[in-house]
Design a protein around this ligand. Sequence first.
Ligand SMILES: C[S@@+](CC[C@H](N)C(=O)[O-])C[C@H]1O[C@@H](n2cnc3c(N)ncnc32)[C@H](O)[C@@H]1O
Length: 191
Amino acid sequence: MSGLWVVGLLVLLVLISVVTSTLITGISPQPSHLAARHFIIQQTQQLLGSQASRTLVDLGSGWGHLVVPLARRFPQHQVIGYELSFFPWLVSCLLKKLLGLDNLKLYRRNFLQADLSQADLLICYLVRPTMHKLAARLEHLDSRPRFLLSHFFSLPGYSPLHTWQLPDWHQSPFYLYCLDKQQPTESLNHV
Ligand SMILES: C[S@@+](CC[C@H](N)C(=O)[O-])C[C@H]1O[C@@H](n2cnc3c(N)ncnc32)[C@H](O)[C@@H]1O
């Protein structure tokens, strides 16, 4: 009985923590679905696959559903995940340890306050208000990351290099931006 109480309390704690961070960030730690993950890995292969030692950053890495396969698939690259929600971040750290992924770094931090200038590829699955904040943050970087691949929402003020809609039942839109060759097309000061 006391064992059940402990499990119940733990589940409640996880729920409260996840709901609180969802209210703060505006998005739950819901993983990208399988087809979206395959698509991201395929695009990463096309953009950076043949290159030596690049830096991939998942902006909001959740439970690790994307950073873990990326780190396994591209051992030559450095994969970085930023996540604010405590339990998802903790689970992804356990997976990293368990799988011995030395090329994966996981930070429990707000990516809007992180130095993203050295990234070659940013990947995100966020909500529109956060995309506005991300666009404003990118505008103030001296050197911008090369590419941004966004699942679901576009980046305000930038023109995508490519857009896709996956043919599965989610019909997820994807946007690819080449950030280092592009100035924002409109002022982001008022977004
Ligand atoms: C929809 S999940 C995506 C998880 C993972 N990237 C994937 O594709 O499977 C979005 C995650 O972004 C995190 N997040 C949102 N804003 C954030 C911020 N400013 N800093 C760090 N993490 C953030 C949320 O906590 C959530 O776990």
